[in-house]
Design a binder for this molecule. Sequence first.
Ligand code: CP3
Length: 361
Amino acid sequence: MKVTNPMNVADYGNPGRKDHPPKFLKALAGEAATTPPVWLMRQAGRYLPEYRELRGTAGSFLNLCYTPALASEATLQPIRRFGFDAAIIFSDILVIPHALGQHVEFVEGEGPRLTPVKTRQEFAQLSASRVLGHLEPVFEAIHLTVSKLGAGTPLIGFCGAPWTVASYMAEGGGSPDQRAAKLLAYRDPRLFKDIVDLLVEASAAYLIRQVEAGANALQIFDSWASSLSDEDFDAFVILPTAEIVRLVKAVHPDVPIIGFPRGSCPHYRDYVRKTGVDALGCDTAAPLPAMASAQEHCPVQGNLDPLLLLAGGDAMERRTRSILQALSGKPFVFNLGHGILPETPIENVSTLLRLIRNEKF
Ligand code: CP3
């Protein structure tokens, strides 16, 4: 078979491109590899000079997300440079509240700002009916990206999990303790459940269309899953995620879904068993033995500290070897424990990839 390299992908020893199916999808299907597939959360972004340039021409962050040619270019940039084993479509978890009708903006240097939704009247302004139309540019970007990637590099579609997205919606932005979402859930459980149900419906429809546009796998980001009691974890994280997985699988039974319930290692077993996700994304705080025992049930992904990637050197190399040693013999996708930081030196990413791809376990 002729191996095409439509984008001049830099060769960091990526053997996955010649495989069929690619090793990322094999790992998600439960196969172990001598060298694990690797991609990095937030692999498109500000640590890349070519991203900063593209971002400058786009005007606003949301304009970058909603212009298919630009979003596709941002998705491809890290693949071209590093030959990661998977690409992730360039977008954001907050396009869902935006598509539902909430005001969302990204303020330079501050992060996302939304007009909070805390009352029944504010909730009544939102509507699931406009979601798919609003997100059409994302589907176009996926379509375009798949045609440029070629079959060797799978594309990941994604959404935020309802708890994490609802916490941005209630707070009107990021929050260290998800105070607004919790208070809303405790004071007006009915309204909170209506918000979560709306998010389940919109997110499932969004993921289904991403698969139809060409996404080969999906990830559900629950970045704020760490701050909940066991009962709340069940109600706000597990149940809504399980419902999204059920709705997506009813239409696309074979698409692999990675769940990333950040900071919730004590709940891993329940999370995997009850949500039906195919693979578990683990954050930095998850101990390697806990990840290894989760591997008895499903493939795992993670979990190098993004600050170790930023620091580089011996510390990064030592921990990378420990992760590979602990997890490589079973189904495993190498990743960070959270998103790559904008200050990360590009050389450290190259070093990390060489390290992963030259180690054999
Ligand atoms: O490469 C990729 O991973 C794909 C793109 C992607 C972005 N955001 C682009 C982005 C993905 C998968 C996300 C997910 C996301 N967005 C999460 C879940 C993962 C996590 O990090 O916990 C969350 C919580 C968000 C919400 C969000 N978006 C915040 C809090 C911020 C501001 C903080 C920051 O990093 O700037 C964003 C903005 C954002 N999303 C940027 C990028 C590249 C930076 C904005 C810019 O370029 O101006």
